[in-house]
Structures are given as structure tokens and as C-alpha cells.
Ligand binder design. Sequence first.
Ligand code: AMP
Ligand code: GLY
Length: 424
Amino acid sequence: MNILLIGSGGREHALAQSLVSSKTCSKLFAAPGNPGIWAIAEKAIIDISNYKEIHDFCQKNEIKFIVVGPEQPLADGITDVMSGMGYVVFGPSKFCSQLESSKDFAKNVMQKAKIPTAAFQSFNRNQISEAHQYVESSSLPIVIKADGLAAGKGVIIAQTYDEAHHSIDEIFGGIFGDAGNKIVIEEFMSGEEASIFVVTDGIDYLILPPAQDHKRISDNDEGKNTGGMGAFAPAGIVNNEVMLKVENLIIRPLLNYFNSVDFPYRGLLYIGLMIKDNNPKVVEFNVRFGDPETQAVLPLIEGDVAKLFYTAAIGKIDKNVVSIVHKKTVCVVLASKGYPDSFAKGYEIKIPENYANNDFLYHAGTKLSDDSVLITNGGRVLSAVSMSDTLQGAINNAYNLADLVVFQNKYCRKDIGKKGLKYE
Ligand code: AMP
Ligand code: GLY
């Protein structure tokens, strides 16, 4: 079967690698993809917000199956529209995608399904003074969130009341545009974070090895929040006891809730957890794979990933088409110095021609210049990933690979994976 993959980041490069390695995949097309993806898939030059263009391209290239990487097309309803045209789409419906596109929706679902999460209250623009009053009656730190999609920037952990009041004014003042039409204010949860990916057909599901992201720009989780500076999998903090709780208290109640309202949740469910004393609570749900966790998780999945996704999307998941590799992976993000603030682009990238079988270099912010030279084109440029029998081995190999990539202003954290060593 021919497949169309939508997206252009490191996550999509890892997805592309798994899809082209699948027996079920005859030919992979990527819209738009990136230079790394174009080495293994054909570039689809189409506007992904134009469903007629997607349809025409799929007709011409005999594509029946569409895999969606990023959240925006899912929030916009690509699954509903393209399914209506007869395609199979891996990614939840517009209704279910509100789990990510509206934090207020997600919190209300969790409340109805009795899923453990931080206590909260939501406010709209007519309730500015109520929002300020709620902050005054809460303890610190307090978490202020813009309701809608804000490219990972819509969450403020306020350490003082002044900061909390200021954040409310800024969000309602429009710094995140319409994403700030509502505000969710929630209790601060302490603990250690982990990410769990679940492939589901709405009833049955396969849980992929848990991962841990490193969201801050500097070592020891200091400095500004980023899209993610690296990841490792499996994450030891998610032990058997935690995983059992995740299944019984989070995954099953959530899928049951969506079935009870006649909108089965099909596709990928990302559970962002805060874990303390073996008790997981939900920080957030996303409706797509995480970046950079995917780059660490997918190398641990062997077999026909395309068929796993396809069977989940049609409501009959076949979990036997893949198996989990019992190894450890580490993904080090190579960024442009200055990220997540301003940074320069356009520097030539030199990547090694050969590297080990268990190593992967995934492109994210790269571009081919007019004379076909690979150059930097984003904050997060490449991910260096390695798989090994031990976490320490994977750390060493990922950093060795990272060292072989050369570009001006290259920056990476030096401690990716370190927090997992205590569980080894
Ligand atoms: P979100 O976009 O909701 O995942 O939030 C981004 C990051 O903010 C999370 O990965 C956490 O590190 C942090 N965060 C969000 N909500 C909370 C909370 N209630 N308590 C503590 N940290 C939080
Ligand atoms: N790595 C966090 C995310 O993808 O949302």
C-alpha cells in the first residue's frame, strides 16, 4: 500500500523510517517532509490544509492511507474530512483532537472520566476578575495555561502572585491570540515527568515503551522551556506498578469515555505524566507522537508499524505485527545556539557518511540550499539517536554520533539520559 505522511520534523523522520521499513508499505510520500525524509520517501508538493489538493495527489499516486504527524491538521479536522472521502487516516477525529487543542476540554474529560490530574478551574474573557480572585485564593506555585494550541509556550508556572496576575493579563491581552480566549488555572504538581504513547483502535491498544523528554534548554533541567532537547526510552520511572495504574486509571477510563459519547478515540494517544511515589497524574494529553520522544521510542519497535497504524485506524488493531526490542535508546537534539530565542540559520551541516547500524540521525530544522548543500534551518536541527543494551552505552554512542555532526553554533545538552541511570 502507498502511504502519505504529513509533517516535516524529527518526529516525522523517525515515523518515515518505521513506515518504509514496514512490509505493508510499498511507497512512502511525505508532505512536505525534510531533506532527511526525502532520502527515503518521495516529496509531495501539496498544501496540507487544502483537502482537495491532498485528495488529487492521493488519487494520482494510488494512496489509500494517510499518517498525520503534527497536531494542527488533526485539530483542523483532517481525519474527518479525508475519511469522508474514503481514505484511512491514522490520527484522531476533530472531536477527540480537542484533547490537545483545548486544555479546558481535556480537563473536563478527565474530570468526567475520574482520571487523576491537577485540580483546576477555567475562565473565559468575561471572567477576568474571577480568574484573579481564584489565584489569590490558591497556593503557590500556580500554573496558568492558555486553553488552545500555543506551540508549547502557553504554560506559565507562576512562583509569585504578581507573576500569576501578570500572566492572566497577558494571555487575555492576546499574546497567544485566540488560543488565549480561555485560561485554565491549575494546581502545581511536583514529581518526575514521563511520556507514554498508546496506539489504539478505540477499544484495544498497544502501549509503547515509556520515554522521558528533557524540556529545558540547559543541563540539570535549568533555563527556558523548549520543544524538547532530548529523550531516552524506556523510562525506568514508569515501573510495573506505575504502568498498571496508567492503564487502569487513565487509558481505559479515557477510551471508555470517548466510546460513551460515540466518538471512539483512534490513532495515537500521548500521555504526559507527573509521577510521584509511584502515583501517576496527567499533565497533558496530546493527540500525536511527541517530539523528540518518538525518535527514541520508534527504534524500539520492530516489524510492520504501517500495519499497526492502519489496523488501529480502521478499528481492528493487530498488535502482533510488531514486537518491542528490549534495548535502550537515547536521542540528543542538536540545536542552533540561541534557541529557544533567536538564532542564526543557513550554516552548512556536515554529517558522517557512515555510522553504526544502531545509530540514527533524524533531520528536523535542515534545508537544502539552492546549490543542494545541507544547511541549518531551525532551532532544533537534527537528532542523534543510538540504541544499546544499556542506557549508559546508548548515552555514550549518541554523544559520539552527535560529535560527528558539524555545523556552526551547534548546541546540545550534555546530560541527556542521565536521570534514567538511577533506575538501571
Ligand atoms: P503542557 O503544555 O500542559 O504539557 O505543559 C508544559 C510543561 O509545563 C509540562 O511538561 C510540565 O513540565 C509543566 N506543567 C504543566 N502543568 C503542570 C502542573 N499542573 N504542575 C507542574 N508542572 C506542570
Ligand atoms: N516532547 C513534547 C511534545 O511533543 O509535546
